[in-house]
Design a protein around this ligand. Structure first.
Ligand code: ADP
Ligand code: MG
Length: 266
């Protein structure tokens, strides 16, 4: 049962979808994130960039409430994430899920609904099935509904996770490197799914590896290396001096990047 406080209808459009305040998260004694603060308005498509080991996945897991902060807080629509979990969904990194048990595409998407099915009800209602059908159609996986998830490509598996997130009714969806190692057609397909989720008012946060496409894909960017180095529009964040500092000068194609950012700003 979703409490009224958690219902999206009760949320003011000006309330930030995500606000992170003074977030510090450590594994043992070593902080992976240090005093990170930012706030993301509703309905944005946001990229998280930064070198390997800079804390991108840690930030995603902290926003989801999977990791407990040492210091600081994460709020989703103004409420501590611990109390708004249903509004947030996760699309894990490709290949990070081991499908050694048989489960179909439809069943994975239906997992998004389980939270809404009372324990005494044996099976999904017609309404649940309709929602799952719609979610699968948004990610264009309806034709695969009876397929075993283990038989699909990584990109297709991610689209199914996206369907599960949509079926859950999540208003904030976090994706960890959805574009890593996919071909151009899959990249386009994922981007289309993100765009349609955004059009429906959802807020999307995406860990992204490729600086060259960051300006093209996202409304705003978070540049991370343990600390928050920059948060703003791609033009504000993709500054050669900033990138050089964060990537220790190892940024190839600075000029190409500059061109992309300038084109985008026109
Ligand atoms: P990114 O996603 O940007 O590559 P991560 O958030 O995965 O970075 O990792 C940030 C830092 O935290 C790295 O130094 C990494 O080695 C460390 N780390 C990540 N997960 C764990 C863990 N489960 N236990 C210990 N250290 C971890
Ligand atoms: Mg990572």
């Amino acid at each position: 049962m979703i409490t009224s406080q958690e219902l999206p209808e009760s949320i003011e459009p000006t309330t930030p979808a995500i606000s992170v305040e003074h977030l510090t998260v450590s594994y043992g004694a070593v902080p992976a994130l240090l005093d990170v603060s930012f706030s993301i308005p509703q309905g944005q498509l946001v990229g998280i960039i930064g070198p390997n080991g800079s804390g991108k996945s840690t930030l995603v897991k902290a926003i989801l409430g999977f990791l407990r902060p040492d210091i600081g807080s994460v709020r989703i629509f103004g409420t501590l994430v611990e109390r708004t979990r249903k509004l947030v969904a996760y699309v894990p990194q490709r290949g990070s899920v081991d499908w050694d048990f048989p489960v179909t595409v439809e069943e994975v998407a239906m997992m998004g609904r389980y939270g809404n099915i009372p324990w005494w009800q044996w099976g999904a209602s017609k309404h649940d099935r309709e929602i799952v059908e719609e979610a699968l159609s948004i990610v264009r996986m309806s034709d695969f509904r009876k397929r075993q998830i283990g038989e699909l490509s990584g990109g297709q598996q991610q689209r199914v996770f996206m369907a599960r997130a949509l079926a859950q009714g999540a208003r904030v969806v976090l994706l960890d490197e959805p574009f890593a190692g996919v071909d151009a057609a899959t990249e386009r397909a994922i981007l289309n799914v993100l765009e349609s989720a955004k059009k429906s008012g959802r807020t999307l946060v995406v860990v992204h590896h490729d600086l060259a496409t960051a300006a093209e894909f996202f409304d705003s960017l978070i540049l991370l290396k343990q600390r928050l180095f920059a948060f703003g529009t791609p033009a504000q964040v993709l500054q050669p001096e900033l990138l050089s500092e964060v990537y220790d000068g190892h940024v190839r194609a600075f000029e190409h990047l500059n061109r992309v950012v300038q084109e985008k700003a026109k």
